[in-house]
Design a protein around this ligand. Sequence first.
Ligand code: ZN
Length: 452
Amino acid sequence: MAASGIPSGRILIQGAHLLTQDPDLKTLTGDVLIDDGRILEVGPDLDATGATVIDGTGRAVLPGFVDTHRHTWQGAIRQTGIGWDFAHYRKYIQLTWGPEFTPDDVYIGNLVGALGALDAGITTLRDESHIQNSPDHTDQAVKALQDSGIRGVFAYGWPSVDSNKWMLRGEATHPADIRRVREQLLTDDDALVTLQAMLRGPELSTLEVSSQDLALARDLGIRSSMHVGNGPWGPQFRGIGSLGKAGLLGDDLLFIHCCTSDDDELRMLADSGASASVSAAIEAVLPGLGVPATARLLAHGIRPSLSVDTEATVAGDMFNVMRAAIAAHGIGLSLQPEIYEKLPSFTPADLLAFATIEGARASGLDHITGSITPGKDADLIVLRLDDANLTPANDIAGSIVGAGHPGNIETVMVAGRVVKHQGRLVHVDLNQVREQASASRDRLLATPAAAD
Ligand SMILES: [Zn+2]
């Protein structure tokens, strides 16, 4: 243990309910031994010699959550758009504030977003970063992820200036600066922060552009994501379908939303080995985006990952996303029983798997994180089941999914480094972060709104 009292080095979590997400270990009561950032052993009555013990009595231990899609740069303007529709999102985020972001705004947005994620037990964050207004913006986005202590995937997107050039069928190809980032900034695929590409795909750009962008990402040896099945654009441009027809699908792709992708497209997604990300919370609240595709994906044999999307309009934790998926499915059963009664249902245990191991898989990181498996990095969360809102925890997975919140999370560690201890983030000065985030927010919100 360090002088600060924060466990470090060799750590033993003792006597906890372990929801391992490992198909061999399943769920058990026992210990997790951690050393040198990795999970060494999992089982009952492990030897505590030389280890700092974390008492797991009355606690659940899970792999850290994996958020596979968040526009983290919007962290400091979080919850400014509760109740917005897409027209408002476009007006304020894409046309008013996005172009105003300085590199410093990107830094503090990403930092406060990543810290909020860590506090909520999200240890891996796929940062879908479409704020590449200059190379300095890019560098500050990456630096904030690195400074935050989170396991980050920096998914290099496009600029938030000249929106019409980039969005809504824009014809510009992906920024070539991604090559600099690959060759100079994020060269090590074993580092805590790694590079992927956030591409616009056939619905936000064109098939021609998507084909060139994908060739670039594949040339750089990195995975790519795209937003598809976005409300009316899904049936109109068929993101997955048109890529499939062009022979461009592959298991290096992550498709986000898929709300209005048709059954043929979901079958193509499954056949190609690609992954999916359901952002159930925002899909439930943003009119017209479409219904969360959770059960439709399952019907095609695809176990989705989950994501927050943007904190401008929803909460930044996975509990909210998991509960939104349940709520949306219930509403589907009420409104369209002829469709929903034929679809598979899903349990709290399924949702915890979607939020952990499936997220790791969708991020290409399941060899490192996503389950409590010896040999993997120690990305773990300890959650108090004896808090007033959960006790007596009648069904552990059900309790966590149905009623858990970030305040129940006592300990968070990323690669064995404890960043949340006794319920508080301990590796940052939150007062300083708050000051910088407030200043950034004040400046951005003072920008005159773009014309409708
Ligand atoms: Zn998104």
